[in-house]
Ligand binder design. Sequence first.
Ligand code: KIV
Ligand code: ZN
Length: 507
Amino acid sequence: MTDDRVWIFDTTLRDGEQTPGVNLNLGEKLEIARQLERLGVDVIEAGFAGASRGDFEAVERIASSVRTPVIASLARCVHSDIEAAARALGKAARPRIHLFIAASRLHLEKKLRITSEQAVERAAESIRFARNYCDDIQFSAEDATRADIEVLRAMYEEAIRAGATTINLTDTVGYATANEFSRLTQDLLRIIDGVDGVRFSVHCHNDLGLAVANSLVAVRHGARQVECTMNGLGERAGNAALEEIVMGLHTRRDYYLAQCATNTRQLYVTSRLVAALTGVEIPPNKPVIGANAFRHQSGVHQHGVLRDRSTYEVMRGADVGVPSADAPLGKLSGRHAFAEQATKLGFELADVDIDAAFQKFKDLADRKKTVTEQDLIALLSGQLIEVPSIYHMVTYQLFAGNVLTPTATVTVERDGRTIVEAAVGDGPIDAAFRAVDRITGMSPVLESYAIRAVTEGQDALGEVTVRIRATKDAEKRTLGKGASTDIIEASILAYMNAINRSMINQA
Ligand code: KIV
Ligand code: ZN
């Protein structure tokens, strides 16, 4: 393919969901898929339909509700996987089956225990089989950067003959240097028979911090699809970060000589949504979407930026959709202004309970002089993971200090009934969580607890994220979020949100 249009293949819901500790439920996956559609990605890999019931349902649901992008399901070169993918994609407007098989000698010998000739044959046979169900077939040679180039050539050529429409070069373990990846891309594009008639894609992992660089260098040499995840989520050190790929292409179009169709202004809100739903927070120094990405600390830089932003900025925060500090809302702002601001930030108000969100905004505005766009994003993304409360916090009281044993009394409502319990703990938050445990009769393992200030200032909104496991050996983790100007309250809200969500997910 010789045109300059690069497809963005988002795999947040498949490779990204393989991030340790991340566990998205069906509603959350759908929410992310809808936002990816607004972002304008070309392909959404919605899951691995053959891998589990949950993945199957996610692919099926996304395929029937998200109509603009291509919806892909991953599948091994195994008939049952292909059939599961085809069934799950049955209602898709634009379905794609994404087949993969190992290509490196290491993977073939140790993992599959087959020869490279058998792998080539199995790939071709599977693609022919998959073509009975779908015209759009992607083939990935796994661990390609550690494979013999002649094996890759044979695999891709057979894949194209068998009917693959996209072929994907993977750096599964993030091993290739930028020079090696560039050379491999150029060599494959030169030697593979039939490559001009298909889309050449790349899929890079970030083990050595080169996922984005390797992907972009491949685009420079002719790759026309990049596989990536929002916030760079993914196995181990993650995948190439979508926001960096998109802004790299956008900012250095002169160099890459290629462009994508992504709406860059939706990047920030997509990133915040994914962080809120996965519980994987974004480091402040993360390119493009980190809190410091458009901040200038030194006087010299500030002076330069005031004169002309391009002195120290290669892109604008507004291009990425970073909220501005101006136009804050306050307690006199009405529902209309609130709804308008939320829509501007990229939230589909149909997806959140607008009445509950507006009430939360009013409560916040009572406590905080101004409600900034950052506050609204925290509030609305928290609202997205809100579930119909089984337990609902009413009040809490605390005795704490460094000379007495922290004691918390928490009052909650369940089905109109008020329940009050008190407990002591190592600290005030521990005491409050133990009181909640007494109320619910559950004592989940608190796997992680994180707090961040959404904005600056003493009245800043504190956002707490917790992750719980039902019991010590339970596999499944549940995320909970709470936001308040009072961090103890935010902590209790987050903990109860996690408990409510785990009960609903089990139901
Ligand atoms: O990293 C990898 O090789 C993959 C393939 C399944 C595309 O995720
Ligand atoms: Zn991968």
